[in-house]
Design a protein around this ligand. Structure first.
Ligand SMILES: Nc1nc2c(c(=O)[nH]1)N[C@H]1C(S)=C(S)[C@@H](COP(=O)(O)OP(=O)(O)OC[C@H]3O[C@@H](n4cnc5c(N)ncnc54)[C@H](O)[C@@H]3O)O[C@H]1N2
Ligand code: MOO
Length: 417
């Protein structure tokens, strides 16, 4: 690991003397990626957000005893002995509907027609379901007994005032949002989503739809990164393509407004690879060069509180470096789990996976007849290897690879959704 801005850090046209281990890099990220501050967000925008504080209910839900069945509210004790051969009659004195309560009080021998969700009138303590009643001329005859409290949902049955209904750090599911709404939250305290700036560098890069000069290529990386950032809960602050110019990269790296800057291209040791030196000069280049394949020239550091990730230009390398490092930071800043959002499972290896000791390998694989088959280990410029693959496996630094029959942890690219 490196820090500062002195010239011994300039790896251009020299190469990396030492590469950091993936675990060390992740330690740095975990230390630097403190969840952002909280903000109030409207309940309509709350789904998927991470709570910045506990939410305590200020009300009971329901706030009144309510009917759990359509039928007749009455006094349960008065129904004792009712049956098919002993029908008991009650006088109907009114109606209680959801949102429109019966104003009076149910006296002995009386009943109130009531619908599910309507308030139980004063004086009544049970609901006789409509199936056991027949109504005629403001009288109802019942053919079963109901004990007091039967089919009555008591006040506070769902939520009691003063209980914590969702704790800080919880990522809100749709049903959480429903529960928060049910206690009247118009806004919820959520951790701010990291604002992410994408800078695609390279004189050769043009946008799809734009005209190309000879030997120019379309920008794949920033469009791929846009999707990854959204997946991890970041908000795209801006996305620009920049020439291989030290000044342009510097200006875009330091302009205010972003929590995270992702630079693609120019991360390595070529003469035009300015981003690492700019980062070292403007802040701290904490890591440059990682013992992994692909993504070995990846780097990262910070300018003030802003985290800057240098993602190699080769698209597979860019994807891998994002997933290993930048995505982790974005998830942590937004209060999410550091872990990958990919489903994983243990799968036997069908065809040998070869790896080198001392370096972590990110292997794109297909699942063939229930076994993992490697599609590509190298070939970081072959983005189509990641679209043909079902997912990837990681071969750790300590391993020379995995023989057929060995088990590996398979990470599936497709998210379950
Ligand atoms: N002498 C050395 N040369 C290289 C090393 C090394 O250690 N010593 N590392 C190699 C590895 S590994 C990689 S990965 C690349 C990374 O280089 P850069 O991050 O500097 O990326 P560029 O040179 O700018 O681009 C590499 C490749 O990717 C294409 N590219 C760039 N941006 C995009 C984009 N937005 N969309 C699609 N494709 C993109 C670019 O045209 C190049 O073909 O360095 C090796 N060299
Ligand atoms: O890191 Mo590079 O991506 O191996 O080609």
């Amino acid at each position: 690991m490196t820090s500062g801005s002195s010239s011994h850090l300039d790896v251009r046209m020299r190469g990396f003397s030492a590469r950091a281990l993936v675990a060390q890099v992740r330690e740095w990220i975990d230390e630097e990626s403190i969840p952002l501050s909280g903000e109030e967000v409207g309940i309509a925008e709350a789904h998927g957000r991470v709570l910045a504080a506990d939410v305590v209910s200020t009300i009971d839900v329901p706030e009144f005893h309510r009917a759990a069945m359509d039928g007749y509210a009455l006094r349960g004790a008065e129904t004792t002995g009712a049956g098919d051969y002993n029908r008991l009659a009650f006088e109907i004195v009114g109606e209680s509907l959801p949102g429109r309560a019966f104003a009076g009080r149910v006296q002995a021998g009386q009943a109130v027609r009531i619908m599910t969700g309507a308030p139980i009138p004063d004086g009544a303590d049970a609901v006789l379901p409509a199936e056991y009643a027949s109504e005629n001329d403001n009288r109802v005859e019942i053919s079963t007994a109901v004990a007091p409290q039967k089919h009555v949902a008591p006040r506070g049955e769902d939520v009691k005032q003063g209980t914590t209904i969702a704790a800080a750090s919880r990522r809100l599911r749709p049903q959480d949002v429903g529960l928060l709404a049910s206690v009247g939250c118009a806004t919820v305290p959520a951790i701010r989503q990291p604002r992410v700036r994408i800078l695609a560098t390279g004189n050769e890069i043009v946008q799809p739809g734009d005209e190309r000069k000879p030997h120019q290529i379309f920008d794949a990386n920033s469009h791929m990164l846009g999707g990854l950032v959204a997946r991890d809960g970041g908000v795209l602050e801006s996305c620009s393509a920049l020439a291989d110019s030290r000044e342009a990269i510097r200006d875009a790296m330091i302009a205010p407004g972003a929590d995270v800057v992702l630079v693609t291209g120019g991360s390595s040791v070529g003469a035009e690879d300015h981003a690492p030196m700019v980062l070292a000069a403007e802040g701290e280049l904490a890591i440059h060069g990682i013992a992994m394949r692909p993504s070995s020239p990846a780097g990262m550091g910070k300018i003030g509180k802003r985290l800057v990730f240098l993602l190699p230009g080769n698209p597979v390398s860019c994807l891998c470096a994002y997933d290993f490092f930048a995505g982790r930071a974005i998830r942590l800043l937004g209060g999410r789990s550091a872990e990958w959002p990919y489903a994983s499972r243990s799968v036997p290896v069908g065809r040998k996976i070869v790896s080198a000791v001392g370096r972590m390998d990110y292997v794109r694989v297909a699942i063939v007849e229930g076994c993992v088959e490697p599609l590509a280990v190298g070939g970081a410029s072959i983005l189509s290897s990641t679209t043909r693959a079902d997912g990837f496996v990681i071969i750790p630094e300590s391993s020379e690879g995995v023989a057929p029959g060995g088990e590996v942890l398979f990470y599936q690219y497709d998210l379950i959704s």
